[in-house]
Design a protein around this ligand. Structure first.
Ligand code: GTP
Ligand code: MG
Length: 279
């Protein structure tokens, strides 16, 4: 943020404004040069300018607070997934989560999305209209893991499911597959709690491989992708989906052969792994 300010020893308004800006810039890490404003500026304009500057500062601080709250919501949801992973690991000696990534939407993207949807830019409108300010992507080894962990999450008492899109049962026409949830979660602060919305994407390693490359290809060149490339990408998505299904079958076959083990065998196997690290 760059704010130009005239230094005028005689004006109290100006002195106040300059000290306010220096204070806020110091506290909030803004970078603005204190420059001269026109010498003939009137006291009324100065007052209006000062009020305007205060409003801008307040909004910026409110925005920063909002982002802090979304970030806290992300910490909480990440922990929920890590707990599900730990529990599963101890019970079944296998991790249903391969990796977790979180991100906060950049302010430029928030602004673009609001503009695209004709929503006036305000803190309240961001909270009510943008569901993906906070996003978490959970990558699972197998397709059935996606359903187990999404169900376990949704069933938690403090999670409110706002919407669910199963792009695995119903892939997008381009071949995109993933489980999408919009949830809300309470975050507890010193003197109040706040329901925060989060976009959750859960997909397999294979689905993520396709989605990541497809996303890169789509945004690499400004020109639109031709029909034949769209068809080729769709073909890749379908091949990947078949591979996911085959890998799941292989795992199930192996698990079935392990079912022949006696209860004692299973108990001794668990004991053997009792000291393995929780990762
Ligand atoms: P926005 O696109 O965020 O406005 O939401 P939407 O209402 O279209 O929601 P949807 O659940 O369909 O998509 C949300 C997010 O999923 C996107 O922002 C992408 O991150 C991801 N996504 C959806 N479709 C595709 C796709 O075709 N390819 C890739 N790579 N990612 C996709
Ligand atoms: Mg999005």
């Amino acid at each position: 943020m760059t704010i130009y300010v005239k230094k005028d020893e005689g004006s109290t308004e100006m002195n106040q404004l300059t000290s306010l800006l220096s204070e806020i810039s110091h506290d909030h890490d803004f970078d603005f040069p204190a420059e001269l404003i026109p010498a003939n500026i009137t006291e009324t304009t100065l007052l209006a300018l000062s009020e305007q500057a205060k409003k801008i500062m307040n909004t910026v601080i409110e925005y920063k607070e909002l982002m802090m709250m979304y970030n806290c919501a992300l910490k909480q949801i990440r922990t929920k997934f890590e707990i599900l992973d730990d529990e599963f690991n101890v019970r079944y000696q296998r991790n249903p989560i391969n990796s977790i990534n979180t991100r906060l939407k950049r302010s430029a993207s928030i602004r673009e999305k609001m503009k695209r949807n004709n929503i006036p830019l305000s803190i309240e409108n961001i909270k009510t209209n943008i569901n993906d300010v906070a996003g978490i992507r959970v990558i699972c080894p197998y397709v059935d893991d996606i359903y187990s962990i999404s169900e376990a999450l949704i069933n938690q008492e403090d999670i409110t499911l706002i919407s669910q899109k199963d792009y695995i049962a119903n892939p997008k026409p381009n071949g995109y597959r993933s489980m999408h949830l919009i949830i809300s979660i309470p975050v507890y602060f010193a003197d109040h709690s706040e329901q925060m919305k989060i976009e959750v994407q859960i997909r397999t390693i294979a689905m993520d491989f396709w989605a990541t490359l497809e996303h890169q290809l789509k945004y690499k060149e400004q020109t639109a992708i031709g029909e034949s490339i769209i068809a080729e990408l769709k073909e890749c998505a379908d091949i990947i989906s078949n591979t996911d299904a085959k890998m799941l079958n292989i795992r199930k076959e192996i698990e079935e052969s392990a079912d022949n083990l006696t209860d004692d065998d299973v108990l001794f196997e668990k004991m053997r792994k009792i000291d393995s690290p929780l990762i």
